[in-house]
Design a protein around this ligand. Structure first.
Ligand code: MG
Length: 381
């Protein structure tokens, strides 16, 4: 029996690579649905090629552009509606906080959710965990570092783990001082040394907010606290992350940086099958370097640890403020280092309180965005 797959965020970087993986394994998988936010042109081409049963597009949806026999879902909640359709694997490759609704919609119906989105886990916290337990859904990470940790964690018991070590490429600026980073241009910020990704995550890699989100994401996925999650800068992105066990053994996951590998593993786990990813040549890879990622120097990491320790909605504010500050940076309203200043200001102004409902998540997110907008407005005056 072939497994049915729905790809949410199919026109983005991870979505397109997911389709490449599915294309290579048509004997194992059937594409049941495709979902995009706005890029109807790419979605239309994908639908013409795959003829899926369902297509969802929030904007610019034109029924006549899709194959006969394909059901078209449109509007604000299109992604949540397609996510609720029963399937074997839902691939969640939507970017940002917008993935939380489809994640919650997929949990009761997706047997497995292969998740590339970190914001929904960071913000969904306990509510996502409870829903997963209630419906017995399985969450398998696609994010390269989390996939690495997931693989390394299979080498011992949970109680034997001393700490998780996330690696970070450090982005293009980690050798620069804070002062030198002040006026880096958008073009420089979007020039990632090892990965070719969407622009929000590329910016997050340059500011290290991506790594901050991954600290919280790792805690959500694997249930370890802030004190058991460390970060190492590793510019080559060959070691994707490591787990240190109580006896001092460190299990690392190494591979050529190619997202098709963690995508495929999330689809086929616990099985491994052949892939087009190049074999790792450690002799040609030259030196593997590691540097301390000092939370004192990298505010994005310090703020993430603080938010995770405090909880009370702080991770939601950390994420929401960063998303808002990133849009302000893209709109040329603030400078590069001010992204961090905005997030810090929002976290300082926010009063932590228990988050016990989905509405409370939306409220904390909206508050974070409003706090950043106020901060940016005040700056203009
Ligand atoms: Mg990552």
């Amino acid at each position: 029996m072939k497994q049915t797959v729905i790809v949410l965020g199919s026109t983005g970087s991870i979505g397109r690579q997911t389709l490449e993986v599915l294309q290579m394994h048509r004997d194992r998988f059937t594409l049941l649905g495709l979902c995009a936010d706005r890029d109807s042109e790419t979605l239309r081409k994908q639908a013409a090629e795959w003829k899926p049963k369902y297509v969802a597009c929030r904007e610019n949806a034109d029924r006549t552009a899709y194959p006969d026999g394909t059901e078209l879902l449109t509007g604000e909640d299109a992604s949540a509606r397609i996510a609720a359709i029963p399937c074997d694997v839902a691939v969640l490759a939507i970017s940002g906080f917008a993935a939380l609704k489809p994640l919650l919609a997929a949990i009761p119906n997706g047997k497995r959710i292969a998740i590339a989105n970190k914001e929904s886990l960071v913000c969904g916290g306990d509510l996502v965990r409870k829903a997963l337990n209630q419906y017995g859904a399985e969450l398998i990470p696609i994010d390269s570092e989390q996939s690495a940790l997931f693989q390394c964690l299979q080498n011992g018991r949970r109680s034997e783990v001393r700490r998780l070590i996330l690696t970070a490429s450090g982005g293009p600026f980690f050798r620069k001082t804070r002062e030198e980073c002040k006026n880096v241009s958008l073009r420089e910020a979007l020039n990632h040394p090892t990965w070719n990704m969407g622009r929000k995550i590329t910016l997050d890699s340059a500011t290290l907010f991506n790594k901050g989100l991954e600290i919280i994401e790792a805690s959500r996925l694997f249930g370890f606290g802030a004190d058991q999650i460390g970060v190492l800068i590793h510019p080559q992105s060959i070691v994707h992350s490591m787990v240190e066990y109580c006896d001092g053994s460190v299990i690392a996951n190494l591979a050529v940086p190619d997202m098709r590998l963690p995508i495929q593993y999330a689809l086929t786990y616990p099985e491994r099958i052949g892939s087009p990813v190049n074999a790792l040549d450690l002799i040609a890879s030259h030196d593997l370097e590691f540097f301390a990622a000092d939370p004192g120097r990298f505010g994005a990491l310090r703020l993430a640890y603080d938010a995770l320790r405090t909880e009370g909605g702080c991770p939601i504010v950390y994420n929401g403020a960063n998303e808002q500050a990133a849009s302000c940076y893209f709109a040329n309203q603030i400078g590069f280092t001010e992204i961090e200043t905005c997030v810090e200001a929002a976290l300082e102004a926010y009063v932590p309180h228990p988050i016990t409902s989905i509405e409370a998540i939306w409220d904390a997110d909206a508050e974070a965005r409003a706090l950043v907008r106020q901060f940016v407005e005040r700056k203009k005056q």
